[in-house]
Design a binder for this molecule. Structure first.
Ligand SMILES: NC(=O)c1ccc[n+]([C@@H]2O[C@H](COP(=O)([O-])OP(=O)(O)OC[C@H]3O[C@@H](n4cnc5c(N)ncnc54)[C@H](O)[C@@H]3O)[C@@H](O)[C@H]2O)c1
Length: 269
């Protein structure tokens, strides 16, 4: 006989929140939602008959009745997350926020004290299972991200380096550490942060950022080397229909994580 469904509450009712709601069913149900834009929260709650929290304080009450909270809001929202972790497990989508080592330490210490867990989905990339397995053995991890120049516009990189944002041919813009890449291209933080956390950390993970007017999708290629051999993973991500800045795969990856939490068996490291 199937046990009660996993109770999930959502912090953030945008593109990813919607995909989570649309895929709820036998495995998990949505208990409560919170968004700083109450209209968005109400719209999403209407689809799944969830409670709408009107404030973070109210949301924390629902969080304590949930098996897990999913943060799918913003890096700023992650700063509120230690309070959530005091009362339940926490999935973090805005994983770039964890490049702030103080915040990361605070979350880990809170989880240790409360006995709850911080869960980071693979998000917009694959291969995170293998990178985790070779942690401590990898001699090199390189993430190569290729994007259309439009998707890179507004990055602090261009101002700081005095380079024009109007790029007409494939150009390698940056090669360096993940921590530096995150500073110069804050809109690309999530993949770089997930890869860093999985294996070699923010200082030792190498990132290459390429602008290419001929690509439509966001392409991420991860390479790792060590005594275990060589790992190569490549994804060409389609945009989420509700948010062109988010890859659809990222939303699917958190749905799968929730189904795994609810289910009897989990495949993959
Ligand atoms: N891990 C990954 O690979 C990955 C991939 C894509 C997106 N993301 C991240 O996931 C997050 C959600 O993505 P999305 O596409 O659903 O974004 P979205 O913009 O469609 O939705 C975010 C929602 O969160 C709300 N929000 C933002 N800050 C808030 C706060 N402090 N308190 C309450 N509500 C707040 C906004 O009003 C909005 O409705 C983003 O931070 C994004 O960068 C991660």
């Amino acid at each position: 006989m199937k046990n009660a469904k996993l109770k999930v509450s959502l912090l953030g009712c945008g593109a990813i929140g919607r995909t989570i709601v649309e895929n709820s069913g036998d495995e998990y149900e949505i208990l409560a939602v919170f968004d700083r834009n109450t209209e968005k929260a109400e719209e999403l709650a209407g689809i799944c008959s969830a409670e709408v929290a009107k404030s973070m304080e109210e949301f924390l009450e629902y969080a304590s009745l949930s098996d897990v909270v999913v943060e799918a809001a913003s890096q700023q929202a992650v700063r509120e997350c230690p309070k959530i972790l005091e009362c339940t497990n926490l999935v973090i989508m805005s994983v770039g926020a964890l490049s702030d080592s103080e915040l990361l330490e605070k979350l880990i210490n809170t989880a240790r004290e409360s006995g709850k867990k911080v869960l980071i989905p693979s998000g917009a990339v694959g291969g995170i299972d293998a990178l985790k397995a070779v942690k401590g053995l990898a001699e090199e991890v390189v993430l190569k991200t290729v994007k259309h120049p439009e998707s890179l516009k507004g990055a602090p990189f261009f101002k700081e380096k005095g380079i024009s944002e109007n790029i007409e041919e494939r150009t390698v813009l940056f090669e360096g550490s993940a921590i530096e890449a995150i500073r110069l291209f804050p809109a690309n933080v999530n993949v770089a942060a997930t890869v860093s956390l999985a294996c070699m950390g923010f200082d030792r993970t190498r990132v290459i950022v390429i602008a290419d007017p001929n690509v439509r999708e966001n392409v991420h290629e991860i390479r790792a080397k060590g005594e275990f051999g060589e790992l190569v993973f490549k994804v060409r991500n389609r945009k989420h229909p509700k948010n062109p800045k988010t890859s659809y795969l990222a939303a699917l990856s958190v749905v799968k994580l929730l189904r795994d939490l609810a289910g009897e068996m989990r495949v993959g490291t």
